[in-house]
Design a binder for this molecule. Structure first.
Ligand code: GLC
Length: 534
């Protein structure tokens, strides 16, 4: 396993480009901004940066509505800026992963403008156009993920088009070979420019039922859940033919050396595994989001890890995610003390970790006043707490008015605690969460047992999650107290004890552990097993 690929050993850091660093004072982050902060990412020790979409876009869904897949949106910069970013990143040993949005375009994309122009248009079949149902109304009961029906009526041509998300995001028809060819050539365009891989957006939506069957009701639906959950997405997501499309993407990547294909799909483990593809010919890393929705409970998490490890196909590489631009931040979910334990969990599990920007400085969800809401999901479906603005607020680089993010007015409000919780302040504090993240990353890089070693669960009492990572005879113990009470964890008799390498409080390195580890409330330890005494 020592010859593991960079995307197996490495750590991925997600940048939401609107919010990372603004170089020109317009309140929106940009490519030059990211470029200026590369030394920070190198210092932090991550290996790759995944950047959410930077392509030309009307920004109905903040870049996930692309109107030119080969262009950079002027708000983010130019192709020259992009090339310079790739060059500098590579110079620092950092890989660049782009977001790829194949499921839908913007309704302003020239393809869609042509498609909607007439029923006879050469691009009509690039999107999913259907006649009304026999009695009138939409062709099926399918619902948009962002609220309301998924079919939009086009009066001029007398048909509906399908959109899994906003009506400004019409779905492409991936059954159409011309669509496939066009999208695969977009991938080649960026691979030729030097990108190291893609995070493929909402991959499980790519193919819809050819017979257009209605989705069945969701028996678990309860008031207060987002309206699209009313139906099970049986005929709109995770269709068997999607795997052919994924394999076609993978073949494109395989023509290049050492690139990575990551896929976004919120699915139960048994369905998710199919995205590795037959004989691993699909995604290198279908994102595993199961820690995001997990109850913060040692037994529940141990069970998730067990299930995931058991479900992985032979040879498939695991991965873990704690947060992203669509979900509440980890610190807001579990609190400040457990956020440190969560960091240790993410960076010691077996598999590639993806770290969401700002989590390393303990950023929280920022409350957004109703008048300041930007997210179209929240605007369409207000009051249910689905808004994604809180986890997308500007990175907190320093103190002062724009927190080092902007000299202008930030597009989303800065966190109220940004004056204290920022890179500048935390960098100099040896006990800070940023120092913890950096130490964890350094340890993971230094210890093959953490980066590529085998995983074995350890028996632990109430509230404690414990496991071993092992490589080439070196065995590390990870002991995580997910409770707010002190806990004692007996080590196996005759195991020879252990020595602490790192604790979440950054204050116990070097301590010896003999028969039992004493864990303080909300504390995690990584210790090296000393081997049985001779
Ligand atoms: C993915 C993205 C999300 C976006 C949606 C539609 O889930 O992560 O931010 O709104 O796809 O493209």
């Amino acid at each position: 396993m020592l010859d593991a690929r960079w995307w197996q050993r490495g750590i991925v850091y997600q940048i939401y480009p609107r919010s990372f660093m603004d170089s020109n004072g317009d309140g929106i982050g940009d490519l030059r901004g990211i470029r200026s902060r590369l030394p920070y990412l190198a210092w932090l020790g991550v290996d790759a940066i995944w950047i959410s979409p930077i392509y030309t876009s009307p920004m109905a869904d903040f870049g996930y509505d692309v109107s030119d897949y080969r262009g950079i949106d002027p708000r983010f910069g130019t192709l020259d800026d992009f090339d310079a970013l790739v060059r500098d990143a590579h110079g620092l040993g950092l890989k660049i992963i782009l977001d790829f949005v194949p499921n839908h375009t913007s309704d302003q994309h020239p393809w869609f403008l042509e498609s909607r122009a007439s029923r006879e248009s050469a691009k009509r079949g690039w999107y999913i156009w259907r006649d009304p149902a026999p009695g009138g109304g939409p062709p099926t009961n399918w619902l948009s993920e962002f609220g309301g029906p998924a079919w939009e009526w086009d009066a001029a041509t007398g048909q509906y088009y399908y959109h899994a998300y906003l009506k400004e995001q019409p779905d492409l028809d991936w059954r159409n070979p011309e669509v496939r060819d066009a999208m695969l050539s977009v991938m080649r365009f960026w691979l030729d420019r030097g990108v190291d891989g893609f995070r493929v957006d909402t991959i499980h939506h790519l193919i819809k039922d050819s017979e257009l069957r209605d989705n069945p009701p969701n028996p678990r639906f309860r008031p207060g859940m987002p309206p699209h959950r009313e139906l099970l997405r049986l005929y709109t997501t995770d269709r068997p033919e999607v795997h052919e499309a994924v394999a076609a993407m993978r073949r494109v990547l395989d023509d290049y050396d050492d690139r990575v294909l990551i896929g976004e799909a919120y699915l139960p483990f048994d369905r998710l595994m199919a995205y590795y593809g037959q004989d691993l010919s699909g995604m290198h890393l279908p994102f595993n989001f199961h820690l995001i929705g997990a109850p913060w409970d040692a037994r529940a998490i141990a069970e998730i890890v067990r299930e995931y490890e058991a479900a992985l196909p032979e040879g498939a590489w695991p991965n873990w995610v704690l947060g992203n631009h669509d979900k509440p931040r980890i610190k807001s979910r579990v609190g400040a003390a457990q956020a440190r334990v969560a960091a240790m969990l993410l960076l010691t599990l077996r598999g590639t970790p993806t770290l969401y920007y700002g989590d390393e400085i303990g950023m929280c969800d920022v409350p957004i006043a109703p008048g300041e809401v930007q997210d179209p999901f929240e605007k369409n479906v207000p009051g249910l707490g689905v808004g994604r603005d809180p986890e997308r607020t500007p990175m907190q680089w320093g103190g002062g008015a724009g927190c080092g993010f902007t000299t202008g007015r930030p597009w989303l409000p800065l966190a109220p605690d940004a004056d204290r919780n920022n890179v500048e302040a935390l960098r100099g504090d040896p006990g800070s969460i940023l120092s913890l993240y950096r130490a964890l990353i350094a340890l993971r890089r230094a210890e093959p047992a953490l980066a590529v070693g085998a995983y074995a669960p350890l028996a632990a009492g109430e509230g404690v999650l414990a496991y071993a990572r092992e490589h080439a005879g070196r065995r590390l113990l990870v002991l995580l107290n997910l409770s707010s009470h002190p806990r004692r964890l007996a080590l196996a008799a005759g195991a020879g004890g252990a020595r602490v390498l790192l604790s979440t409080g950054l204050d116990r390195a070097g301590e010896r552990v003999d028969e039992a580890a004493e864990l303080r409330p909300d504390e995690g330890l990584i210790a090296e097993a000393q081997g049985a005494p001779g």
